[in-house]
Design a protein around this ligand. Structure first.
Ligand code: C2E
Ligand code: MG
Ligand code: MG
Ligand code: MG
Length: 274
């Protein structure tokens, strides 16, 4: 295929392409149905204070309970939901669910649990996020400080004045803004200066094999130093071992998330946990 000319490529609509197109259509229909039938929900993975071990937050992770194929991870369908625009509906109902859950969990709790919610760049671009978030908070009765939005580096790369203004408005509401998978995108330290972030989330790629890699330790140490100078919290994702926990704690990383502290669990499971 790579050898054929562009002209041939356009003309050659193979049975394979046909199958793909049909799969896409089927998937789109199924996701639409899934929304109507409430097949999406969230699992919650604890985030702990590395100094004390206390659960201080949780990341809400989308799950699709497919009638035939069982529980599906977002990696399997979020990309498709983004391509078709369905992510707008999934994300909207998702944030409502998470804000309602936060209100429920934090009722009568002296120190609230902060819930992280992954926002797709598509939502960020196509929706009036500040207005939407504000409406959701009002409807659920959740305090803005209980919600943290996880954004991707790609949003900062396209750094427009508009993006900056959206983020400022979100910060004025009082929700936290975290950069997910930090260090995996086209990281540009400039945006740490420009954007009103509250948290950096170090990607699991830097955490994995930390004990064996001096360069990983140096990189993480630098990220933590820069973040603390700029007033951001740092959370490390994908902590699986005691050694990783201890190393990160000793580097003054604020929070940790990973299988060592707990796998993502259902809403009921998370309530039981805290
Ligand atoms: P992410 O935001 O980086 O989420 C962390 C992923 O790492 C989760 O996978 C989590 O289960 C997994 N993980 C956590 N701790 C460990 C660990 O110690 N070891 C290993 N090996 N893995 C760990 P999950 O739930 O499959 O989510 C995958 C990605 O899907 C997320 O990556 C996020 O980018 C996206 N996603 C999840 N929920 C949503 C959502 O509601 N909306 C959107 N737009 N994207 C979402
Ligand atoms: Mg995330
Ligand atoms: Mg992440
Ligand atoms: Mg990740």
């Amino acid at each position: 295929r790579s050898k054929s000319s562009a002209f041939l490529d356009v003309c050659a609509f193979s049975p394979e392409d046909d199958r793909r197109a049909r799969n896409r259509l089927r998937m789109t229909n199924e996701m639409q149905q899934a929304l109507e039938h409430d097949e999406f929900d969230f699992h919650y993975q604890p985030q702990v204070d590395l100094a004390t071990g206390t659960i201080v937050g949780a990341e809400a992770l989308l799950r699709w309970h497919h009638g035939l194929f069982g529980m599906q991870s977002p990696d399997k369908f979020v990309g498709h939901a983004e391509d078709t625009g369905l992510i707008l509906d999934i994300g909207a109902s998702g944030l409502r669910t998470v804000a309602d859950f936060a209100t429920r969990v934090n009722r009568d709790r002296p120190v609230p649990i902060v819930f992280s919610f992954n926002v797709s760049p598509i939502e960020f671009k196509l929706r009036d996020m500040p207005k939407f978030v504000s409406d959701v908070l009002t409807a659920s009765g959740a305090d803005a400080a209980w919600i943290k939005l996880e954004l991707t580096e790609s949003l900062m790369v396209e750094s427009s004045a508009e993006m900056l203004s959206i983020m400022r408005h979100l910060r004025e509401l009082g929700v936290g803004l975290s950069i997910d998978d930090f260090g995996t995108g086209y990281a540009n330290l400039r945006y740490l200066e420009d954007f009103p972030l509250t948290e950096i989330k170090i990607d699991r790629g830097f955490v994995k094999g930390l004990a064996q890699s001096r360069s990983k330790r140096v990189i993480i140490e630098s990220i933590i130093r820069i973040s603390s100078e700029l007033g951001f919290h740092v959370v490390a994702e994908g902590i699986e071992t005691e050694v990783e926990r201890t190393l990160l704690r000793d580097m003054d990383c604020d929070f940790g998330q990973g299988f060592l502290f707990g796998r993502p669990v259902s809403a009921a499971g998370f309530e039981a946990l805290v």
